[in-house]
Design a protein around this ligand. Structure first.
Ligand code: RB5
Length: 160
């Protein structure tokens, strides 16, 4: 298993901790896209780096960490094919894989400790999409919205 991980300055310490725990507890390779210190950076830059690896299927899934996990999830969900879920519990991490086929786990370094964060990573890593018809149908509606919105934005840009 291959996992991409990225964080801003607020998520840096938790990212380092999770890398250690993933190496210790999961048979997984971690691709770390940064940031590499607590010096202030902009979270969308690191969201994009993880997103690109997920889009190209170079990793099985991504982890993004910022202070709240919210900025990262907003940024990541702007990209085609990305289903980034900000989770607060292992149950949510399991359900978002089963129901939403989430491909990025977003975590809040300010409110989640490293033990809970690792429980969520394990739940996310060990759970597959259920493939049930109702979930497939709902996800294809989301893809439909993504395509319609993409077309709408392109038309607007092209309108003089
Ligand atoms: C950085 O101070 C903070 O805004 C960021 O980590 C995140 O919480 C944004 O959503």
């Amino acid at each position: 298993m291959k996992i991409a991980i990225g964080a801003d300055h607020a998520g840096y310490a938790l990212k380092e901790d999770l890398k250690y725990q993933i190496d210790r507890d999961l048979n997984a390779t971690v691709v770390d896209v940064g940031t590499n210190s607590e010096e202030s950076v902009d979270y969308p830059d690191f969201a994009e780096k993880v997103v690109r690896l997920v889009q190209k299927k170079e990793v099985d899934f991504g982890i993004l960490i910022c202070g709240t996990g919210i900025g990262m999830s907003i940024a990541a969900n702007k990209f085609e094919g990305i289903r980034a879920a900000k989770c607060n519990s292992a149950v949510e991490a399991t359900l978002t894989r089963q129901h939403n086929d989430a491909n990025i786990l977003c975590l809040a370094s300010r409110t989640v400790d490293s033990e809970l964060a690792m429980q969520m990573v394990k739940a996310f890593a060990m759970t597959d999409f259920s493939g049930e018809e109702r979930h497939v149908r709902r996800l294809s509606k989301i893809t439909g919205l993504e395509c319609a919105n993409h077309d709408e934005m392109r038309r607007k840009r092209m309108t003089p």
